[in-house]
Design a protein around this ligand. Structure first.
Ligand SMILES: *[C@@H]1O[C@H](CO)[C@@H](O)[C@H](O)[C@H]1NC(C)=O
Ligand SMILES: *[C@@H]1O[C@H](CO)[C@@H](O)[C@H](O)[C@H]1NC(C)=O
Length: 275
């Protein structure tokens, strides 16, 4: 009787430590499971957005094939070591379709140009094309040795040049510019000192990829606001003219932003009379 009573606290202590041990194990397993499942759902959610946008764009399109060509570009790679050409297979699988006389480029005029293209069918920008629509505003990357897609913690412009997302847009801009045909337009910003900025995607990639065999002309629509900073005589626009391949005619017109917004609101007005 005395012996038994002395042993009880010992047994209790042992039980206590076993309980602590089990709780710790459960917490660790829980955390591991939560992290894995969350990552899985990040990847699954991304694929779901990709696939639903793909299916909505063209009925009957082989979205699985597009998805695997897309994955080929970045999965398993260091997200800072994905150059634009990694997306070659993707743009081959889903080539940019030329839309002669309706193709619109832009630089520093994103809002006004997309306000117009979302309301009127007159022009299309790269963001209105198949790949542009599917990947617009998305972030994605993988890791060396991983087969996963992550949507958070991915490097951007400020981290490295050859990052997963920027490289896609560089490749897409190059491919879209290569098929630009007929009369092409670009909306530039007249409220800044250098509307044609050499570091912009338009100057550094798109202009260099215009093909004079299929492209007749480039029209600059210089969007002006109340306080006009630059006009068509701006020195940077002279540079643009010089950089255009021979055989592509150049013109420039200053157009108030309000006029473009009005045009967006008049669905029955012919496109040609917007400016
Ligand atoms: C990015 O990739 C291109 C093409 O592979 C390469 O020429 C360039 O040096 C890379 N840039 C940097 C900063 O790593
Ligand atoms: C032009 O750039 C300025 C300064 O970044 C910006 O405030 C303005 O909205 C831009 N204009 C257009 C038409 O996008």
């Amino acid at each position: 009787m005395e012996e038994g009573q002395r042993q009880k606290p010992k047994k209790r202590r042992k039980l206590f430590w076993i309980c602590i041990f089990v709780v710790v194990i459960l917490v660790v397993v829980g955390i591991v499971l939560w992290v894995t499942l969350r990552k899985k759902s990040e990847a699954e959610e991304f694929k779901a957005v990709f696939t639903s946008r793909c299916k909505a764009y063209i009925e009957g399109y082989d979205c699985e094939k597009t998805w695997s060509a897309f994955q080929h570009a970045y999965v398993g790679k260091d997200p800072c070591l994905v150059p634009p050409d990694a997306y070659q297979l993707l743009v081959d699988a889903a080539p940019f379709e030329p839309a002669c006389n309706r193709m619109m480029f832009w630089s520093k005029t994103k809002d006004v140009v997309h306000d117009l293209t979302s309301k009127r069918d007159c022009f299309i920008t790269m963001e209105d094309t198949f790949l542009g629509t599917v990947l617009n505003e998305l972030t994605w990357c993988s890791k060396e040795g991983s087969s996963d897609t992550f949507t958070s913690g991915c490097p951007g412009w400020t981290d490295c040049v050859n990052n997963t997302v920027s490289s896609f847009w560089s490749k897409a801009s190059e491919s879209y510019a290569q098929v630009a045909c007929g009369s092409v337009s670009v909306m530039l910003n007249g409220s800044i000192a250098v509307p044609f900025n050499p570091t912009s995607i338009f100057a550094s990639i798109e202009v260099k990829n215009f093909n004079p065999a299929i492209m007749k002309s480039l029209k600059v629509v210089l969007v002006t606001q109340e306080k006009e900073v630059s006009d068509c005589a701006n020195p940077s626009l002279k540079n643009l003219q010089k950089e255009l391949a021979q055989g592509i005619a150049y013109s420039c017109q200053e157009v108030p932003e309000s006029q473009i917004q009005e045009c967006a609101l008049q669905p029955h007005k012919p496109c040609g009379s917007c400016w």
